[in-house]
Ligand binder design. Sequence first.
Ligand code: 0PR
Length: 389
Amino acid sequence: MTHKNKIDLNKQKLVLNMLGRLQKKDYSFSSGHILGSMCTQPHPIAKKAYNMFLETNLGDPKLFPGTKEIENRLLKFISDLLHSPKNATGHIVSGGTEGNITAMWMAKQLTHKKEIIIPSSAHFSFNKIASLMDMKLIQIPVTKNHYCMDVHETKKKIGNNTAAVVGIAGSTELGMIDPIPELSEICQEENIFLHVDAAFGGFVIPFLKKLNYDVPDFDFTLKGVSTITLDAHKMGYSAIPLGILMIREKKWLNEISVESPYISSRKQTGILGTRSGGPVAAAYAVIKYLGIEGYKKVVQQCMETTKYMEKRIIETGLQLVTKPKMNVLGIKLKHLNQVVNLLIKHGWRVNKIDHLSCIRIVVMPHVTKKIVDKFIPVLKKTCKKVGEI
Ligand code: 0PR
């Protein structure tokens, strides 16, 4: 080894050590102590594939035809998973936020209208949409017991200015599924654009169905559904950032495309320009590795752990906000801040939802029964201390 190479290596070591020290400040999924996040540790094969494609840029696809083919194959899998019709297409996005923005951009272009009808449980990305695109949000209350979009109220609010109706398949706060079949029927009747935000539920509900759980349809089998967004970096077990926006009619892409005169493709579609092929390769690798059967097992394990956790919580004397529909639990608490602060002191991260006076727990693959057994005694002790139970 030359002297110069030795100096280079030492320098790299110093920089990496410095990064490592900062990384130690982070919580890690592998510790099992992150209980409120909708992400998880990427599957090992996702990490390998991500690294292999670090230098690729799908914003200039003719330079990377192999990576582009991986993207097409990933879209084909999702297309089949969601029973897409022949004319459908897909568009890679960074996640639910970009998926929702892109879908609403398309709806606005297609309809030249500005009102979006959302359930009050919709993700805050819709507030960004309203501000970014000068659109107006019409909020529909959720039903008392099931926390789902009220169909009757939705129908009443559809009017001449409606650009789109949005239904949530796996809500951020409680994992509830809006009545997409009914919304689809209304939107088909009234010729209204219907977007389904399945950022969380897109990689859960299809497998719940295959496992014979009682969940409503939410995909393109429903004729009124226009677009669906789903995230591989949530329950898809893949790496951040990767979402997919599926679109019923390929021709709608024209509404969100611009000429790109000096880039290898004639047009560039969507919001982003340069975007990495790394997360695309990672998501496709996980899909190929796990397959439908693998995802079914992941979802089944998460659901069984959810059920176990529900039982342990109730035994503790606490209550849930509502019966879980998927792997998300809301635990009602009167002393919300005190409990959350004490849990953080003990190294546990949960998400606090003030307006429901509850903590949210997302039973991701890293939240195992063993983790539940470690967490419940801490939760119980904490709740006793503050007089919650
Ligand atoms: N739609 C729904 C239904 C969502 O739940 C989310 C995010 C989005 C859209 C936006 O997705 P991106 O954040 O990928 O753009 N839901 C999670 C939440 O707000 C995001 C998250 C994930 C937050 C991991 C924290 C965390 O550690 O809870």
